[in-house]
Design a binder for this molecule. Structure first.
Ligand SMILES: *[C@@H]1O[C@H](CO)[C@@H](O)[C@H](O)[C@H]1NC(C)=O
Ligand SMILES: *[C@@H]1O[C@H](CO)[C@@H](O)[C@H](O)[C@H]1NC(C)=O
Ligand SMILES: *[C@@H]1O[C@H](CO)[C@@H](O)[C@H](O)[C@H]1NC(C)=O
Ligand SMILES: *[C@@H]1O[C@H](CO)[C@@H](O)[C@H](O)[C@H]1NC(C)=O
Ligand SMILES: *[C@@H]1O[C@H](CO)[C@@H](O)[C@H](O)[C@H]1NC(C)=O
Ligand SMILES: *[C@@H]1O[C@H](CO)[C@@H](O)[C@H](O)[C@H]1NC(C)=O
Ligand SMILES: *[C@@H]1O[C@H](CO)[C@@H](O)[C@H](O)[C@H]1NC(C)=O
Ligand SMILES: *[C@@H]1O[C@H](CO)[C@@H](O)[C@H](O)[C@H]1NC(C)=O
Ligand SMILES: *[C@@H]1O[C@H](CO)[C@@H](O)[C@H](O)[C@H]1NC(C)=O
Length: 498
């Protein structure tokens, strides 16, 4: 189906009003913030959003096409990467991109979650009524200031998070579709930079608390596919086309729609998936655009919808048996390097970073570090730098964000339109720095303007937020598995009843 048609089709769906509102806000924002590129092609911005897919985001991949597990670590040997610039002929249309600041993203979230229900309550099913009740209980949560387990400053609203999490534990039921064959469905890869989707899938299928075999009591329907295995299984090397992958997901979705009554009840908006590969935003367009998509490549420019979709962290797991091998780092007083970055010169942002700051003596900005065993030099820099730069590569997401948190290094995110993980509940600005790509020339001044007290405060918060990014083979409260499930639940609660 033509993507443009797909979008219009989508407009006629149940959630239309809310998304039209969001679109309106986004458009207004586009109008006002569109200044940094020379041409002002607002029209092209719209057509970009309308069409959803631009062939250029074929490029937004740092993966090898032939399936060898490739990481974006600084010390990786580039010869294992397919030359990505040959994937399609079209140059990225930089002029058509517009940038949302983190404040504008906050505003989108607020608007999205404060939209009113439009369905009269007598038309709601029992599970819908439960969701509405949950929403009301979350909005009227008892105000918590101090909590035994949770550290208030790192959340948008600790009272709401705590209440929502408790209700999830009491109430949430997830139905997992059994359809679909391995390896694309019901299978996982637990190592590498796309490991997040694999861990989630494996732990979800093994879960006893939330999984139900009775679809009638389900608040959420999970489509258990792996975007990484889809790419490994179906991408035809050198074909420069992922149309067959998109077609495959379309087929599968249409099968679910016709075989079961569940999809049509909400047009898919109580369905969800978790996908970490860079191509997942494209593979989950069309019908799947209605679902709650938990995506690592959480890029507003490729259709990520704040308030509905969930930003999945990109967790680089080196050893599936010991995913937390190295956590921790030097205290603030023992971090001599102001800021650190190392990595391939993927994309347009990193070369700019290097050309401005490659020779700076306070900041260590490298293209690649020489390869040493276990990436120890890279890890040592992260453990002894105050700030760690997470600059986008081909795609907006990077394993550096979670790595920074693990090594107690305050992340500096330079990746326009990237929605950081669990944006819906975490107060990212309290423990991370957001710098627009166009502000790179001002990077050092901006970092130096952060006082020592403020820095130490952010450092402490980084340490407190870590636990939400840990994988455990047996999930524990507030760990990464539960955070992903919670964010899907939370967004379902706030988007139900339309
Ligand atoms: C679901 O979406 C279709 C279009 O895709 C629309 O015709 C239909 O009315 C929607 N169903 C509900 C219940 O809103
Ligand atoms: C990268 O790999 C190629 C082929 O395996 C090898 O010839 C080259 O020396 C390697 N480069 C580095 C920097 O390790
Ligand atoms: C993957 O590609 C690399 C580099 O092109 C090549 O060395 C390797 O043999 C390929 N592996 C497979 C399984 O095709
Ligand atoms: C990658 O492909 C582009 C376009 O075909 C070419 O200009 C460039 O030299 C290639 N780079 C490498 C490292 O092969
Ligand atoms: C957090 O949410 C609760 C419940 O909606 C509300 O009463 C409280 O004012 C909020 N706190 C902050 C700091 O926004
Ligand atoms: C909220 O506060 C009220 C009054 O202090 C108390 O009665 C109630 O049990 C509290 N609810 C929860 C869920 O803590
Ligand atoms: C989609 O399904 C049709 C009919 O079931 C089949 O002919 C086609 O090969 C499938 N396409 C893909 C990409 O799986
Ligand atoms: C759901 O709606 C689609 C049309 O949008 C239709 O093809 C399909 O048969 C319906 N599913 C069921 C189970 O009725
Ligand atoms: C950095 O230093 C190298 C070697 O002295 C020089 O060639 C390069 O132009 C310098 N770059 C910048 C941005 O000053």
């Amino acid at each position: 189906m033509d993507q443009r048609f797909g979008f219009i089709h989508y407009l006629y769906q149940k959630q239309t009003i809310k998304w039209i509102c969001l679109f309106g806000i986004a458009s207004a924002v586009l109008m006002t913030v569109h200044v940094q590129y020379s041409q002002p092609p607002i029209i092209r911005s719209f057509s970009f959003i309308l069409s959803g897919a631009k062939p250029y985001d074929l490029k937004d991949s740092y993966s090898a096409f032939n399936g060898s597990v490739v990481t974006d670590q600084s010390t990786q040997n580039a010869s294992s990467l397919t030359n990505l610039s040959t994937v399609d002929n079209e140059k990225p249309d930089m002029e058509s991109l517009s940038v949302l600041s983190i404040l504008q993203m906050n505003e989108l979230l607020r608007k999205s979650h404060s939209a009113r229900n439009s369905v009269p309550s007598h038309l709601l099913s029992r599970v819908d009524q439960q969701l509405l009740e949950a929403k009301s209980r979350i909005l009227n949560a008892n105000v918590t200031h101090n909590d035994m387990d949770l550290y208030a400053p790192i959340y948008r609203n600790i009272s709401m998070f705590k209440r929502s999490y408790e209700i999830m534990e009491q109430m949430l039921k997830v139905y997992i579709y059994k359809d679909g064959e391995k390896p694309i469905f019901h299978d996982w890869i637990l190592e590498g930079i796309y490991a997040c989707e694999g861990w989630f899938l494996k732990l979800m299928e093994a879960n006893k608390q939330f999984v139900t075999h009775d679809p009638n009591e389900a608040h959420l329907f999970y489509i258990p596919f792996s975007s990484r295995l889809l790419q490994q299984t179906l991408y035809v090397r050198h074909s420069h086309s992922r149309d067959n992958l998109i077609q495959f997901m379309k087929n599968h979705t249409e099968m679910l729609m016709t075989k079961y009554p569940f999809w049509n009840r909400t047009n898919g908006s109580d369905h969800f998936l978790a996908a970490c590969h860079d191509w997942a935003p494209a593979e989950t367009r069309g019908r799947l655009l209605n679902t709650i998509r938990a995506l690592c490549n959480a890029d507003i420019q490729t259709g990520f919808q704040i308030g509905k979709d969930v930003s999945l962290p990109t967790t680089y797991v080196q050893s599936a048996t010991n995913p937390l091998k190295t956590v921790g780092g030097a205290p603030p007083s023992n971090r001599p390097t102001l800021a650190f970055f190392a990595g391939f010169m993927h994309g347009n942002v990193r070369p700019v970073l290097l050309s401005h700051w490659g020779n700076d003596t306070d900041m260590k900005i490298f293209s690649r570090l020489p390869h040493v065993k276990g990436n120890q030099n890279y890890i040592d820099y992260m453990k002894t730098s105050k700030f760690c730069i997470c600059a986008r590569g081909f795609a907006v997401h990077s394993p550096r964000v979670v790595e920074s948190l693990f090594y107690n290094c305050v992340p500096v995110i330079i990746s326009d339109n990237y929605v950081p993980p669990f944006f819906d509940v975490l107060n990212w600005e309290s423990f991370a720095v957001f710098i627009l790509e166009k502000e790179i020339p001002d990077l050092k001044r901006m970092l130096l303007s952060i006082s020592h007290e403020k820095y130490v405060e952010m450092y402490e918060r980084v340490k407190r937020v870590q636990e939400h990014f840990f994988w455990h083979s047996e999930p524990v409260k507030y760990d990464l598995f539960h955070m992903i499930l919670h964010s899907v639940w939370y967004n379902r609660v706030f988007t139900s009843g339309f």
